[in-house]
Design a protein around this ligand. Structure first.
Ligand SMILES: Nc1ncnc2c1ncn2[C@@H]1O[C@H](COP(=O)(O)OP(=O)(O)OP(=O)(O)O)[C@@H](O)[C@H]1O
Ligand SMILES: [Mg+2]
Length: 373
């Protein structure tokens, strides 16, 4: 048994195109090679779900259940822990650790950390703010499992407040300033918890991402990551000052909110601005610059999770090697310490350095089955 391995065994039942899979992991580097649509990304998705309880591809659990079946199950041996996650097509997830059922989802978090890097990640630069919020949240969940309930609480208040605003807009209820003030207070308290955590995370990620970015780009460019909420926030980390700023902005938007029937202020509208040499990366970055930026963000994420937890997270590289030029491939490889357990997918082994193939366990993936190469 390789003592360095965090994830030792993965079992899937009716998860996407895997009717059953029993996959013992034996090497620090596992390479999954296969043609398109065979199940390579599905397998990494299952592992990422164990680390964050979120899929990076879909928001509905039912999409991950094999067609024609009622529930999917993911089970993993992670150090001495047996993690089990059951995803019914309908109804609530069931989670257990070492056979003990958990009542709160957040209790499942914190045992396995993972950084996923896929070709979809270029959307961090090009895509909508929601993608950047999800990225921050995925890291926060792994740094601080309590963040799960912080987000749940905010979303619950937001849903109820939105229902109220919609009712007012449609003329079902009359506006009641006292009732609205109570909702505003609740939203500001819960929203501030989300916002301050995201802002603090960006402060921690920035110097790491800047250093990686300079290494990869050859010291020529300066990357900046800026927390960009919809309303001005204090420069200090004082909760009361954040709540006050939130509330005064809510009050200023009351009329617009009742007209539109939805909440316009809060962390559900946050963004992160990514700049290269003070120009927005989204508009002015070349393809290569955007790839360098995303790689720097991922390496910063890896480094931060390792620093906080004292051991490297699992690294899941989905089809990214082929898109990186030699310099970036080498930067990535040198950043992966031998103790970083890595799973990597590819359609071709041709682009890999021989030294990598020699120290890896290679499997071919064919229609939801794995076979050692
Ligand atoms: N819920 C589901 N039930 C059954 N099959 C599914 C389900 N969800 C996805 N699939 C199948 O999984 C396959 C896609 O798997 P995956 O995305 O892992 O491919 P891949 O090997 O990563 O391919 P590529 O190289 O194109 O990225 C498709 O054939 C799709 O039909
Ligand atoms: Mg894929």
């Amino acid at each position: 048994m390789n003592e360095l391995l965090r994830l030792r065994q993965l079992r899937l039942t009716h998860f996407r195109n895997y009717p059953t899979l029993d996959f013992p992991l034996s090497a620090p580097l596992t390479i999954l090679v296969g043609e398109n649509a065979q199940g390579k990304s599905n397998l990494l998705e299952a592992i990422f779900l164990l680390a964050t309880l979120r899929s990076h591809r879909v928001s509905r659990d039912s999409d991950m259940v094999e067609e024609g079946h009622d529930l999917a199950e993911i089970q993993a041996q992670c150090f001495a822990l047996d993690l089990r996650l059951v995803l019914p097509r309908q109804g609530r997830r069931r989670l257990s650790i070492n056979g003990v059922s958990l009542t709160k989802q957040q209790e499942f978090l914190g045992h396995l950390q993972a950084v996923l890097f896929s070709s979809l990640d270029l959307d961090l630069v090009r895509g909508s703010p929601e993608i950047r919020r999800q990225w921050l949240d995925g890291i926060l969940l792994q740094l601080e499992p309590l963040y799960w309930s912080v987000v749940q609480q905010y979303q619950q208040i937001l849903r109820q407040r939105n229902a109220l605003l919609k009712g007012i807009k449609l003329g079902h209820f009359r506006p009641d300033p006292t009732q609205m003030a109570a909702w505003n207070d609740q939203l500001a308290i819960a929203g501030t918890k989300v916002m301050r955590r995201r802002a603090r995370l960006l402060l921690r990620l920035t110097p790491l991402a800047q250093r990686w970015h300079q290494n990869i780009s050859g010291d020529r460019e300066l990357l900046t990551l800026t927390y960009a909420p919809r309303h001005p926030v204090p420069t200090n980390d004082e909760p009361q000052a954040w709540q006050d700023a939130f509330l005064s902005h809510l009050e200023a938007r009351t009329l617009a909110e009742t007209q539109q029937g939805t909440t316009l202020v809060g962390p559900h509208r946050d963004d992160v601005q990514l700049h290269i040499n003070a120009a927005p990366a989204r508009e002015f970055g070349s393809q290569g610059q955007q790839r360098t930026l995303v790689l720097a963000l991922k390496l910063a994420e890896l480094e931060l999770l390792e620093t906080v937890h004292g051991h490297p997270p699992l690294l899941l590289l989905d089809d990214v090697f082929a898109e990186l030029d030699l310099r970036r491939q080498q930067e990535l490889l040198s950043a992966i310490a031998p103790r970083t357990q890595t799973l990597l997918t590819t359609t071709h082994l041709g682009t890999f350095d021989r030294r990598w193939l020699d120290n890896s366990a290679i499997f071919t993936v064919t229609q939801g089955t794995l076979a050692p190469l």
